[in-house]
Design a protein around this ligand. Structure first.
Ligand code: GLN
Length: 461
């Protein structure tokens, strides 16, 4: 049986009905050839863990609809006993001694961790190509990027190497690869999912998100990983989502940002939504503000990698200063170094007010603009990017173009708002182009309900 063609909820039901077991699913997914370079490491204990989970399911101890279902996890989320590299040389041997809160929650619900997925180094990138382990390939066209930075998670789900996956989204890293690979990516409200155990990039934007085959799986996974965690002071209490509860979407007001295709808009109109196009005046300031704040926070977060406590240590040093310098010089890739330098620059005396403080002011202005938009509209529909997945090798030497491709994505990070991807059709090469629906804080239920309604209407699922 090709278990790769089922959704995660379908697999969960099949396990409950005794049609398949968790160890059988584990063997099925782990025996698949990773032709997309989606994984950095596999969980060596997966089979014995699946057997333990199955015993609990048989004993009636696990009620979650996803109990027994295998999941892939981005390699910047700490997993006790499984290498967590952030796709870097710096952490290539790092085995965390603890589980991130999301991993604990997955384990409590009986999900099985298959392995850790490829990504841009320290989650910095938009194509997956800054990975120390080489880029993940797009399953829809292996000459193209899977998107970044959660490239392996999207490739694993789109390529049926895992039924669902966790990623992280600091500036679009769940939504961009999800839409390049034609799967569903959710960036939850900032704080809805605990960041404890997520290796920090830019702490005020970092959000753990989901990559799934559809909205129903997304809601089921969100219900498991979300909610307040005492170990993350920015985390929030969240309600459980309930999709498909008969809610009608007639008359829902959707503001549509520039460059969303008519095809995407039509899908919402078909549900009875009222759409209105508008142009977002502050759009040109989003990317500069995001990159200044993200690099500033990254330069501070990455200061801990000095070769002393953990991570890569250079052998070539006679002095402590040399040890710091050589470990960082040899341990970080060039994109990461570029951002550390930029971050240190914008935080330095004399430039702090001119860049960092100014970027924070722009962030506030963008927030206020969204508050106004939500007085008029229930949801905002925006593009994910203005093009489909680029060919591998075409992006890294054009950094400004690559950074600009984040323009729509970073809006949800600058504001902390939730956003979910939805297909907006295909380009002339047949590659998917995505749009995203952005909602008010903690409006995940409404967002996913609408996407679920579109999926049911169009695919009868
Ligand atoms: N392209 C963004 C960046 O490089 C994406 C980051 C992310 O969401 N992890 O900063």
């Amino acid at each position: 049986m090709d278990y790769g063609s089922f959704t995660a909820l379908e697999l969960g039901k099949m396990i409950k009905a005794g049609e398949v077991t968790s160890p059988e699913l584990c063997e099925f997914f782990l025996s698949k050839n990773d032709e997309y370079n989606a994984f950095i490491s596999k969980n060596k204990n997966a089979l014995s863990e699946a057997e333990e989970i199955q015993k609990k399911i048989d004993g009636g101890e696990l009620a979650s609809p996803l109990a027994g279902v295998p999941i892939a996890v981005k390699d910047n989320i700490c997993t006790d006993g499984i290498k967590t590299t952030c796709a870097s040389k710096m952490l290539s041997d790092f085995v965390p001694p603890y589980d991130a809160t999301v991993i604990k929650k997955l384990k409590n619900a009986g999900l099985l961790i298959l392995g850790k997925t490829n990504m841009d180094e320290f989650a910095m990138g938009s194509t997956g190509e800054t990975s120390y382990y080489g880029a993940a390939l797009n399953p829809l066209d292996i000459k193209r990027a899977a998107g970044g930075s959660s490239s392996g998670s999207a490739a694993a789900v789109a390529g049926s190497l895992a039924p669902l996956a966790l990623g992280s989204d600091t500036g679009g890293s769940v939504r961009m690869p999800a839409s390049y690979c034609g799967v569903t990516g959710l960036k939850p409200t900032y704080g809805a999912v605990s960041r404890y155990g997520l290796i920090a990039y830019a702490s005020s934007f970092d959000t753990i998100g989901t990559i799934c085959k559809n909205a129903a799986d997304t809601a089921a996974l969100y219900n498991i990983i979300s909610s307040r965690d005492i170990k993350d002071s920015t985390s929030l209490e969240c309600k459980k989502l309930m999709l498909n509860s008969g809610r009608t979407h007639k008359g829902v007001k959707i503001g549509v940002m520039e460059n969303v295709s008519d095809k995407a808009v039509k899908r919402f109109e078909n549900l009875g939504a009222k759409v209105e196009r508008f142009s977002f005046k502050l759009l040109e300031y989003a990317v500069p503000a995001y990159y200044i704040i993200a690099c500033a926070q990254a330069s501070s977060n990455l200061a801990r990698y000095d070769g002393v406590r953990y991570g890569y240590r250079s052998e070539a040093s006679a002095t402590i200063g040399g040890l710091f310098k050589n470990s960082r010089t040899e341990g970080f890739g060039s994109e990461v170094k570029k951002r550390i330098m930029l971050g240190n620059f914008v935080l330095s005396a004399g430039y702090y007010d001119e860049y960092y403080v100014k970027a924070l002011k722009v962030k506030n202005m963008i927030n206020k603009e969204f508050v106004k938009l939500f007085e008029k509209y229930d949801y905002i529909l925006a593009p994910v990017t203005d093009s489909a997945a680029p060919r591998l090798g075409e992006s890294l030497d054009k950094p400004l173009k690559m950074y600009s491709s984040d323009v729509y994505n970073v809006l949800a990070n600058l504001t902390g708002l939730p956003a979910v991807t939805v297909s907006a059709g295909n380009d002339k090469n047949g590659m998917p182009v995505g749009a995203q629906l952005i909602g008010k804080a903690l409006s995940e239920n409404g967002l996913l309900d609408i996407i679920n309604a579109i999926e049911r209407e169009e695919y009868g699922i």
